[in-house]
Write a protein that binds this ligand. Structure first.
Ligand SMILES: Cc1ncc(COP(=O)(O)O)c(C=O)c1O
Ligand SMILES: [Zn+2]
Length: 395
């Protein structure tokens, strides 16, 4: 049987440690998010070496190839739809235009449920099921709700999803199609979060809000592991659209784990770049002040619904990842996002979601500023399929 080397949980803020085999949410001591810690020395001895040639070698072409560093103890509890091992596509035409010959896009739109949220949902739902959870509840900007409801259905768990009333229609319908309970609320994901906190407590549901349980990030981190196998090593720069920040925190966590596993010996850390929309850019503002945490962004507005998060619980972890890797944070306008969606479709045949297009818009801005250079290998993340946004596709 595949062994998980999950050892304990550690608070990302105060570093207190906890038993990993109980249902846990935030750190009881300080309210910080809990992170899964593994016996990586042991895992190092037993995990297959990374393929590094872009193929899955003899292993599975999904995220379960990383089972030793995932938290599911018994493979019987895996809830899967074939998530992970998404392609890394060269962006030749756009790269030429920007003077960046080594520009790539990892297309997370090719996941089940059409976004990278499938990774977090696959691992989060599997572990929740393993720990005996029957009812999941979460606030969402849209896509995470669709993913958790879908994986909930697959795993036989009930889901209760709360999203802003103007969340993308496909994400709303996805929850209903998967048999989840959908509640729409006025306002933003932060308002949905308050409803979930109250109801989960009253009804005894498992609150699966971003970083309020430790395992969604474990699914997201597999994006970092895949990059090493697909490119042969970590890229110099990774550009990711940031809302709650789990993608960036996950990739940074993968980097830290891969150092112990011996996957990235002698490499410099990839510079992690957070891209946000000008209409909702708390992390960018915090970065500009070189602050450790962000402030609540009032009046948040952008058509990139997934990155409309006015204050993230894990903001300090996103900022630490940026500072530690020599990365940066940039904001782009909605007009630049729409233009980048158009470029990706017309020049590269990639149907990107607006959040993924924001990553390209961010790269264009950094290229203009001279922050990126032609010698670097740069990976943009298209976090979802443009097909989840029919109202924007082809506009
Ligand atoms: C398509 C898409 N991209 C990016 C994000 C931002 O991800 P995170 O909240 O993990 O920063 C989201 C979140 O909903 C999303 O749906
Ligand atoms: Zn703590």
């Amino acid at each position: 049987m595949v062994h998980s080397y999950l050892d304990h949980l550690e608070c990302g803020r105060c570093h207190a440690t906890y038993d990993a085999d109980r249902v846990m949410h935030l750190c009881p001591a300080c309210g910080g998010p809990l992170l899964a810690r593994y016996d990586l020395e042991q895992a190092r001895r037993e995990m297959p070496a990374p393929s590094r040639d872009g193929t899955p070698g003899g292993g599975r072409a999904d995220l379960w190839r990383y089972a030793p560093v995932l938290p599911i103890r018994d493979p019987a509890h895996r809830v899967t739809l074939g998530e992970g091992w998404t392609p890394v596509l060269p962006l030749g035409r756009i790269g030429d235009r920007l003077g960046l010959p080594h520009l790539y896009l990892k297309d997370e739109g090719q996941n089940p449920t059409g976004t990278f949220k499938a990774r977090g949902a696959a691992v989060g739902v599997s572990r929740a099921r393993e720990l005996g959870v029957t009812d999941l509840a979460l606030p969402t900007a849209g896509n995470a709700g669709g993913a958790w409801a879908t994986y909930g259905a697959r795993g036989g768990l009930r889901s209760h999803v709360v999203m802003p009333q103007d969340a993308p229609v496909i994400a709303q319908r996805e929850v209903v199609a998967a048999g989840g309970e959908l509640q729409l609320v006025p306002g933003l994901i932060s308002d949905a979060g308050k409803v979930v906190a109250e109801k989960a407590e009253k009804e005894g549901w498992f609150d699966a809000s971003t970083l309020k349980e430790p395992y969604r990030i474990e699914g997201e981190k597999t994006m970092g592991y895949e990059l090493v196998e697909q490119l042969g090593r970590m890229p110099d720069v990774i550009i990711f659209p940031v809302g709650g920040g789990v993608g960036v925190i996950g990739i940074y966590k993968a980097w830290q784990e891969m150092q112990v596993l011996g996957w990235v010996d002698g490499e410099r850390p990839p510079r992690l770049v957070a891209v946000q929309a000008e209409g909702c850019s708390p992390i960018v503002r915090a970065y500009e002040r070189q602050a450790a945490e962000s402030e609540f962004f009032t009046g948040a507005e952008t058509l990139a619904a997934g990155i409309r998060v006015p204050k993230a619980l894990g903001d300090f972890l996103v900022l630490a990842a940026i500072y530690d890797t020599g990365g940066t944070a940039v904001a782009v306008t909605d007009a630049e996002i729409v233009e980048a969606m158009r470029s990706l479709g017309r020049e590269e045949g990639v149907m990107a979601c607006p959040e993924g297009a924001a990553a390209l818009a961010g790269a264009m801005k950094l290229a203009r500023q001279g922050w990126l250079d032609r010698g670097q290998t740069i990976v943009l993340f298209n976090t979802g399929s443009g097909f989840k946004y029919p109202e924007l596709l082809g506009s």
